[in-house]
Design a protein around this ligand. Structure first.
Ligand code: PMP
Length: 284
C-alpha cells in the first residue's frame, strides 16, 4: 500500500515530514475524508469543493485542481487493496524555519494523503445497522467550526468524554441550549414525521452527508425536512435522532446520556432515509 506526499507515492514508512511543519506545530491545515466503495468515491466533488473553501478561508494557496485531486485519490485506491476504503487528504501551511504565528510567505504547503480500510457500506437493515449511544454536553470548541481544520483538540476532547461514559459519540449544544453537531458528525432529529437538522452557520461543519441527505430527501415530496434551530430538550424528546458522516452515513442514535430515544431501535424514518441514501449516494 502507498501514501501520497508532495507529488510522490511511497510506502507509508518512507513518508517523512519535518517537525517544523505548521501542521505539527499549530494544527495549521485543512483535511478531508472521502469514502470509496469498489473504487467509486462518494461525494468526491463536494468534498474537494469544501476543502478548496477551507484552504481559501485560511489563505493557503494550493494550486491543485479537482482533476489533480481525482488522480491522487484514484492512484491511492488502485495501490490499496480492499473494496472499502476511506481516503484521508491533508494540506498544511507547510514547513517554516522558525516557529512564528504569522503566516510565512514563500513556503510550499505540505500535501499528504493515504487510504484506510472501512468496515463496509453502512447497512439499511435495522437489525444489522451500527447504532449509537451518545453523550450530550456543551460545545466548547472554537467559533469557526465551519472550517474543517486539522486542529481537532476540541473535537477529540468531546469525543473522549463520551467514550469515558461508554458512548461512541458526543452530541453538542451551545450556550443557548441549541444543538450544534457532534464531535465528528452532524445531527438530525425526527418528530411526528418531520425531519430536522440545525442550519448551516459557523457553529457546525457543512457535512457532505448532511448535504446529500437534503438533496435526496428534497426529491421526495412526501418527506418533510427542515433546517432549523433544535433545542436539547427537543432532541431528548425526539422520535428519532441520527448522527451523520461520510463513513457512518445515517447513524441511528438509540440513547442520549442513557435516556432511550423513541422505541430504542432504529426508527422507520431512519430506515426510509438510509435506504434512499444507499440507492442515491453516488448520484451527486
Ligand atoms: N461535523 C464534524 C465536526 C465532523 O468532523 C464531520 C466528519 N467530517 C462531520 C460533521 C460530518 O461531515 P461529513 O458528512 O462531510 O463527513
Amino acid at each position: 500500500s502507498q501514501v501520497y506526499l508532495n507529488g510522490d507515492y511511497m510506502a507509508p514508512e518512507e513518508a517523512k515530514i519535518s517537525p517544523m511543519d505548521r501542521g505539527f506545530l499549530f494544527g495549521d491545515g485543512i483535511y478531508e475524508v472521502i469514502p470509496a466503495y469498489h473504487g467509486k468515491m462518494l461525494g468526491f466533488n463536494a468534498h474537494i469543493e469544501r476543502m478548496q473553501q477551507g484552504l481559501a478561508a485560511i489563505e493557503i494557496a494550493l494550486d491543485y485542481d479537482v482533476e489533480q485531486w481525482r488522480e491522487i485519490c484514484e492512484t491511492l485506491l488502485s495501490t490499496n487493496p480492499g473494496p472499502n476504503q476511506g481516503i484521508y487528504l491533508h494540506v498544511s501551511r507547510g514547513t517554516d524555519s522558525k516557529r512564528n504565528h504569522a503566516y510565512p510567505s514563500g513556503v510550499a504547503p505540505t500535501v499528504f494523503a493515504f487510504c484506510f480500510t472501512l468496515p463496509g457500506e453502512p447497512s439499511c437493515d435495522a437489525d444489522k445497522a451500527s447504532s449509537y449511544e451518545v453523550s450530550l454536553e456543551q460545545d466548547r470548541r472554537w467559533q469557526r467550526c465551519n472550517i474543517k481544520s486539522t486542529a481537532l483538540l476540541g473535537n477529540v476532547m468531546h469525543y473522549q468524554s463520551g467514550a469515558r461514559a461508554g458512548n461512541k459519540e458526543t452530541i453538542l449544544f451551545n450556550a443557548l441550549g441549541e444543538i450544534t453537531e457532534a464531535s465528528s458528525s452532524n445531527v438530525f432529529i425526527v418528530k411526528e414525521g418531520v425531519i430536522a437538522t440545525p442550519p448551516l452557520d459557523t457553529q457546525i461543519l457543512p457535512g457532505i452527508t448532511r448535504w446529500l441527505i437534503l438533496q435526496i430527501v428534497h426529491t421526495h415530496s412526501e418527506l418533510r425536512i427542515e433546517e432549523r434551530v433544535i433545542t436539547k430538550d427537543e432532541l431528548l424528546d425526539a422520535d428519532e435522532v441520527w448522527i451523520t458522516s461520510a463513513t457512518k452515513e445515517v447513524g441511528p442514535v438509540l440513547k442520549v446520556d442513557g435516556k432511550q430515544i423513541g422505541q430504542g431501535r432504529p426508527g422507520p424514518m431512519w430506515q426510509r432515509v438510509q435506504s434512499l441514501f444507499s440507492q442515491h449516494k453516488f448520484d451527486y
